[in-house]
Write a protein that binds this ligand. Structure first.
Ligand SMILES: O=C(CO)[C@H](O)[C@H](O)COP(=O)(O)O
Length: 284
């Protein structure tokens, strides 16, 4: 029994380095193929999602930004980029909307307006907004929104509150029946930095779940909003029935809470770019 084994070892020994390198190489090849596949499918889904965002953005701008629109509020995030692109196309290629003013809801929105050579406004001079357009992280069947995934909820809610109509644009992954079905990162809440610990405990005691300080990726420490504040992401209890109007009110009343990412009774219509190339419009 031992003899054949020893014989086999003797035969294999000179070839061992080569065999080891073959095994290592094929394991690396397998890993590279798996990585390439993940990258390609991520790219595919990014392309599909961007196409859906663009569809929703075009439909919303073409329907809601007309020659009668004098002031438009500009939201924040990746979807709003397609909105500003379309507005700029209408202004610069189609010669439309010549005296329309754009009010930003964030540093990013301000920069988008300036980069596209559109007219920049502000709430001091333009506090009556015809239409506010923005993305959302999730929209439930009652059109309650979770916003602030990109960190900009406070100015967004302020600008939206000054608008006659609030139009939400999103890709199909944002549409759900109940909050938490699609968006699992929690409800963003902007808080005064000195108060984030007591606020965290109060929210958890009142409504369960867990509220976590949002930590920056390329900085040691927390994310600081455009307004110099911190963000808590409250992961609520998915299975619990919440009355979002009451939850929003109660959280807003906690001292140090500056704004919540719950937008209740604000959206007029939501435009969803769907995977099949159509646009679904949801009304309140
Ligand atoms: O509230 C927001 C920024 O804080 C965005 O509107 C929301 O996060 C959606 O972003 P995106 O269009 O990138 O999906």
């Amino acid at each position: 029994m031992l003899k054949p084994l020893l014989l086999c070892r003797g035969l294999l020994q000179p070839h061992l380095p080569h065999l080891i390198s073959v095994v290592i190489r094929s394991s690396i090849d397998l890993q590279v193929t798996a990585l390439r596949r993940t990258f390609c499918s991520n790219m595919d889904s990014k392309i599909a999602l961007d196409a859906a965002k663009k569809l929703a953005a075009r439909a919303a701008v073409d329907q809601w930004v007309t020659e009668e629109t004098k002031v438009v509020g500009i939201g924040s995030g990746s979807t709003i980029v397609f909105v500003v692109d379309r507005i700029a196309e209408r202004v610069w290629k189609e010669g439309a909307l010549s005296d329309m003013i754009c009010v930003p809801s964030s540093y990013q929105a301000r920069k988008l307006i300036l980069d596209h050579n559109l007219t920049l406004g502000d709430l001091d001079r333009n506090c009556r907004i015809d239409v506010y357009i923005d993305g959302a992280d999730e929209v439930d069947s009652g059109m309650v929104l979770i916003k602030g995934g990109g960190g900009c909820l406070m100015q967004e809610k302020i600008v939206a509150s000054c608008a006659k109509s609030v139009i939400i644009i999103a890709d199909y992954t944002k549409k759900s029946l109940r909050l938490g079905e699609q968006w699992c990162k929690g409800i963003p809440i902007e808080v005064a930095p000195m108060a984030y610990v007591p606020i965290k405990h109060k929210i958890e005691e009142l409504f369960g779940g867990e509220a976590q300080l949002r930590i920056a990726l390329k900085k040691a420490g927390p994310i600081v909003t455009d307004n110099g504040n911190f963000l808590l992401d409250w992961r609520f209890v998915a299975k619990r029935e919440y009355n979002w109007y009451e939850v929003n009110l109660a959280i807003s009343m906690i001292p140090g809470v500056l704004e919540t990412g719950l937008f209740v009774d604000m959206a007029t219509k939501c435009y969803f770019g769907m995977a099949d190339g159509t646009v679904k419009v949801q009304s309140r």
